[in-house]
Design a protein around this ligand. Structure first.
Ligand code: AOF
Ligand code: ZN
Length: 373
């Protein structure tokens, strides 16, 4: 028999900010290149408004919460997980809305890394006599916006690599048999990851081997990322499912020298073709920059070993989610999850920081951040 013990929450700024953060976190994946943001408005000990940014181009978190609070916002405290914006984007500035509503105090988790805001929102509130507390639970807000933080400051998409391999690092047997490496839980989590990224990226090898749909199949309806295929010679068949099914946009990354006729045929089928690199291989850095220009702020890389290795060597992977099934299959020629020129010294290894390990059903999930030069 366990000891009956309930940890009672304490009513303070953290209590309300963590509600705002919880709401924001659940909207991960549905805000496009925008951050996830939550807002809670509290007046004299009662929550009078809550709001979450739900879709790019539509209301920011503060706008929804202020609308709910109505006249009660006057003299209230607003808890916002990201500094209220000060710019006219697709929507008007939130700090002006808070000022107009006569909010007395604003508590903010993280400042907005967007160079057009960064600090200006907080300054504007203070200049208008609003008391501001900043930095409360900032780490949680930063972590849930790691994709946005990179994209808005560099223009490059945040890349998450996901692999599913045996414990000895193989993604298929020597006979190329791969169904299934990991179990149902890991596969379900992969579909959640797809929902949470703007694009999914694979190499032409994976595409021709499996003719995958690269869509999100969760227990409930979920969002499909754009499909990005790295294909230096435009070998993609015109009857591939990603070309014909129209479930989500498809972008093929290729080289300048790729066949012009094939390119036209793909474009006529509704596929976007991006040429990057005048050599035999796609210039991955230039290609990702172009994806960024096309408002793809995050990419889930589910490549084969070669593409994973090339992306790693190019320093383009920000985060790794590595599933390991507790199985060993051996075979020197069995394909591995990373294929790149071997390091000669252990001191030259690519290191992962902030490593976390958890179980995903019967499989082991390792999450980490490669230390890119
Ligand atoms: C907030 N609250 O809920 C969000 C903010 O194009 P827009 O108008 O949607 O503006 C997007 C920018 O606004 C985004 O890059 C980020 O700086 C900020 N997001 N700010 O006060 C919100 N989503
Ligand atoms: Zn705003």
């Amino acid at each position: 028999m366990g000891v009956f013990c309930v940890l009672l929450d304490v009513l303070n700024d953290e209590y309300y900010m963590s509600l705002a953060l919880d709401m924001a976190a659940k909207a991960a994946g549905q805000t496009g290149i925008n951050p996830v943001v939550g807002c809670v408005i509290v007046k004299e000990g009662r929550i009078v408004g809550i709001g979450t940014h739900l879709k790019r181009g539509e209301g920011h978190a503060e706008v929804h919460a202020l609308r709910m609070a109505g006249a009660e916002a006057e003299g209230a405290t607003a808890y916002v997980t990201l500094e209220p914006c000060s710019h006219h984007g697709k929507t008007p500035p939130c700090c002006e809305r808070l000022i107009d509503a006569k909010v007395a105090r604003v508590v903010v988790a993280a400042t907005d890394p967007n160079p057009v805001v960064s600090g200006r929102g907080l300054a504007r509130l203070r200049d208008n006599g609003i008391e501001v507390r900043e930095g409360l639970l900032a780490d949680r807000s930063h972590a849930m916006n790691e994709k946005f933080n990179k994209y808005i400051t560099t223009g490059m998409p945040f890349v998450t690599l996901k692999t599913a391999s045996t414990l000895d690092g193989k993604i298929a047997t020597v006979d190329n048999h791969s169904r299934w490496v990991t179990g149902a839980v890991a596969r379900e989590q992969t579909h959640t990851l797809r929902h949470q990224h703007n694009a999914i990226m694979v190499g032409i090898g994976t595409l021709t081997a499996d003719d995958p749909m690269l869509t999100t199949r969760a227990e409930v309806p979920a969002l499909h990322p754009a499909r990005v295929i790295v294909d230096s010679k435009l070998r993609i068949p015109l009857d591939a499912r990603v070309v014909t099914d129209k479930t989500a946009p498809t972008i093929v990354l290729t080289t300048d020298g790729a066949d012009a006729g094939k390119r036209q045929a793909l474009e006529a089928a509704g596929v976007a073709v991006v040429a990057a690199g005048d050599g035999p291989a796609v210039d991955l850095t230039a290609a990702l920059k172009e994806l960024g220009r096309r408002e793809i702020g995050s990419v889930l890389l589910e490549g084969g070993g070669k593409l994973n290795g090339a992306m790693l060597e190019a320093g383009l992977i920000d985060k790794m989610v590595l599933y390991y099934a507790p199985k060993l299959i051996g075979g020197d020629l069995a394909p591995s999850n990373f294929s790149f020129e071997g390091r000669k010294l252990m001191s030259e290894a690519i290191m992962l920081d902030r490593v976390q390990v958890e179980m995903a059903g019967e499989d082991i999930c390792v999450i980490g951040y490669p230390r890119n030069r």
